[in-house]
Design a protein around this ligand. Sequence first.
Ligand SMILES: [Zn+2]
Length: 77
Amino acid sequence: MKYAFNLEWNELPEELREEKIRQFILDGEKRLCDECDGENIYCKTCKGLGQVDPDPDNLHEQEEAEEYIRIHFPIYF
Ligand SMILES: [Zn+2]
């Protein structure tokens, strides 16, 4: 068996990476609304709160999360 700590992020199976990215986003804090940047009280996306729940299906958030995890890997685990 390979010594797990020698693993690189990019060498992890894709499914595992996707799962980690998803979990990372879900564990994250609320985000500033992309639609109105929190400046429109009539915004339908955030209902005027200016903040939205993290969305693991959002490609941009996925990229951001992966970038963060990659930089901090394997400390993040
Ligand atoms: Zn909004």
